[in-house]
Write a protein that binds this ligand. Structure first.
Ligand code: GAL
Length: 682
């Protein structure tokens, strides 16, 4: 099996959403000529085309799509074809109103908008599978078809009667007996015991049950399963008629509504839509780091590490408070950043700006009143040329010695927990803050799940893993026993997977691994800081903690940092424990970034992980991709300032604003020094 997204196009894919049906056929030739000029090779079509493909029930019209595909193919373009289920035609919602989504207020929505469907409606499932079948029968063996794009940005809850009834069935299958469910949910509290499955209802409704955390988290798990099931229903005919065409769907980064890991097994590669919000200034390292984290998360959602950036804006997104435009050079930077993190495709929403409706001011490649004379067209053309020059990088792998675990269940459980603060507990940001330490040190990271295989990683970082299943507990313990190094933080392993606090207390089954027991947590009001130190003599470093200070007791571990404030001054704030052949660090407080960076750097030094901590100026990172014989070192300057960097093997390199420099080195046999092959400007 090749490592390309699809070997039909063995290059970095460059293209985007193309909506020819919004335009008269007279512009299609111009579209395709402009696509050629900008190296726009792959058109994603059909995403919102259902009303044009099936204008009346059971009457299909593929003539316009045939013509578009013919034109694309004749001019050496490829296409990704979407199933159109994200937006139903009006005739359908008129005839079958039950296919519409019901909100948490239990009111069925009216026709319109998108992703407005009843997840469990038998009629909608039948209709969406039928249109998928028609598309697969007609285009499944087309030589220019690269991939199936399943629906668009699956997401959102549905509270229709069919969905609630499916939730009850899901609970029955999970718990078997109502007694087991009551025990898992601790329902004797406030006399919430259930005696019949039909008493169970969806939580999170403004006028309904919100107080049972286990139920809240189960609802999210169920919504994920129901969405995957919906997806598989429309994917089935595609598999049947075109078994060799890969499937993907466009994720939304860390979108909290769905556990994307449940999609992995069913997709052939992952993809996501990246629309970072800069609120004016693009010089925000934290935003670029957050994008990088989501790229690595998406890569980790792919069973084989293959992924592409399905959407980004060529210019601005119209749905932000302020529509600032991308500065010159930033677009190419964004495209190459994705490639540096392993993407084999960079695509846009959308090709031609639409004249009307919701997204008429969203940036396109071809914008109102312009053709190839537009500034943005020029930026896209430059990005296209840069990607063309990297075709030898397509299909090369990303490898990492460090992994960070990102877990939707823990995020949901933390969101549902009433305490230790009612404000956002910052799960995602904490994961990104830990990731930042590696990004700034030029170290590649895999973002993985709780049950992902851990052997092979030198270091695994697991921030705030609040809810811990038995299998994850075993996975982490065995990893350390076998010689791995684990770092966790405050609010780890407080509860089992049903949000019940472990009988043995916080840290439950992981107490031995960390050599610590945790008694209580002091939540700090916004603005309060607690001082932390690495010792009490003049050489000790000082840091500050905010939000959370867990009061921990070392058993077999030793302290590496102490609180230096409050009644707990002098007590350990962070510990390290030798366990089996490995080590486990526990960080009890939410410390400043300097603490996190220094701790990670010293652990990387101990473990012999090559890093550039202290070498790269702010806003600069290095990411590496691996071919069979060659490594590609991407040095990325995510700032509008010119930067100098000390590279590994090439001395000092000057990076212009938003420049990406890609340096190749041969992976030498044995212990020979790496040999520089060539240096290419990205
Ligand atoms: C995405 C969506 C596209 C388009 C784009 C605009 O989330 O998939 O259809 O709406 O946003 O930014």
């Amino acid at each position: 099996m090749s490592n390309f997204l699809n070997p039909k196009l063995s290059a970095i894919w460059h293209g985007g959403d193309y909506n020819p049906e919004q335009w008269p056929a007279s512009v299609w030739d111009e579209d395709i000529a402009l696509m050629q000029e900008s190296s726009f090779k792959v058109a994603t079509i059909g995403v919102f085309s259902w009303a044009k493909l099936e204008p009346h029930e059971g009457e299909f019209d593929f003539s316009w799509l045939d013509e578009v595909i013919e034109k694309l193919s004749a001019e050496d373009r490829y296409f990704i074809l979407a199933t159109p289920s994200a937006a139903a035609p009006a005739w359908m919602t008129q005839k079958y109103p039950e296919i519409l989504r019901t909100g948490s207020d239990r009111v069925r929505r009216l026709h319109g908008n998108r992703v407005n469907y009843n997840l469990c409606s038998p009629v909608y499932r039948q209709k969406s599978a039928l249109i998928a079948r028609k598309l697969a029968e007609r285009y499944g063996d087309h030589p220019r078809l690269l991939a199936w794009h399943l629906s668009n940005e699956y997401g959102g809850e549905d509270f229709s009667p069919e969905t609630i009834s499916a939730f009850r069935d899901w609970l029955k299958a999970k718990y078997g007996t109502i007694e087991a469910l009551n025990a898992a949910y601790w329902t004797t509290f406030w006399s919430h015991c259930y005696s019949d499955w039909d008493q169970l209802d969806a939580p999170g409704v403004p006028h309904g049950e919100v107080s049972i955390q286990g139920l809240t988290v189960d609802w999210r798990r169920f919504i994920t399963d129901a969405t995957v099931d919906f997806m598989l229903n429309e994917a089935a005919p595609l598999r049947e008629f075109s078994p060799d065409i890969p499937h993907t769907t466009n994720f939304m980064g860390t979108f909290p509504g769905l556990d994307y890991r449940k999609f992995t097994a069913h997709l052939d590669f992952a993809s996501w839509d990246s629309y970072p919000g800069f609120g004016g200034s693009l010089d925000q390292t934290s935003v670029w780091i957050s994008v990088a984290f989501k790229h690595d998360l998406t890569r980790g959602l792919s069973k084989n590490g293959k992924w592409m950036l399905m959407e980004c804006t060529p210019n601005s997104s119209n749905w932000y408070e302020t529509m600032s435009v991308k500065r010159p050079g930033v677009h190419k930077f964004e495209a190459l950043q994705a490639v540096a993190h392993g993407a084999d495709g960079v695509q846009y929403f959308q090709w031609r700006q639409s004249r009307g409706s919701q997204e008429q001011f969203h940036g396109g490649v071809v914008n109102h009143g312009t053709t190839n004379n537009g500034r943005i067209f020029g930026e896209v053309k430059q990005a296209g040329a840069a990607l063309d020059a990297l075709s030898n990088i397509a299909s090369t792998a990303k490898r990492a010695e460090v992994a960070i675990i990102y877990d939707w269940s823990s995020r949901w459980a933390l969101d549902a927990a009433v305490g230790p603060v009612l404000r956002d507990k910052g799960y995602e940001q904490t994961c990104i803050d830990h990731y930042r330490a590696f990004w700034e040190a030029g170290v590649s990271v895999d973002v993985i799940g709780t049950d992902s295989p851990l052997e092979g990683y030198k270091l695994v970082v697991v921030p705030m893993l609040y809810s811990l299943s038995e299998s994850t507990s075993t996975n982490l313990s065995e990893y350390v026993l076998a010689g791995g190094t684990l770092v966790s933080t405050y609010l780890t392993a407080w509860t089992d997977e049903n949000s019940l606090v472990f009988e043995s207390g916080y840290l439950g089954p992981l107490r031995k691994v960390f050599g610590v027991w945790s008694e209580e947590i002091d939540a700090l009001p916004v603005g309060q800081q607690v001082s932390i130190c690495t010792g009490f003599d003049s050489k000790a470093e000082r840091y500050s903690a905010v939000d959370f200070c867990e009061l921990i007791h070392p058993t077999t571990s030793k302290a590496i940092a102490w609180y230096d404030d409050e009644f707990y001054a002098g007590r350990p704030a962070a510990t390290v424990n030798n366990y089996g052949n490995g080590r486990a660090y526990y960080v009890g407080s939410r410390n400043d970034q300097r603490f996190t960076n220094q701790l990670m750097t010293s652990i990387m030094d101990d473990l012999g992980i090559e890093h550039l901590a202290g070498e790269l100026l702010e806003g600069v990172t290095r990411q590496v991709r691996y071919g069979d014989e060659v490594e590609y070192h991407f040095y990325l300057n995510a700032t509008s300032l010119s930067r100098e960097v000390n590279t590994v093997g090439w001395g000092t390199v000057r990076l212009q604003p938003w420049q990406v420099e890609i340096l190749e080195r041969k992976i030498s046999a044995g212990d020979e020094e790496p040999v520089l092959l060539a240096a290419t400007e990205g």
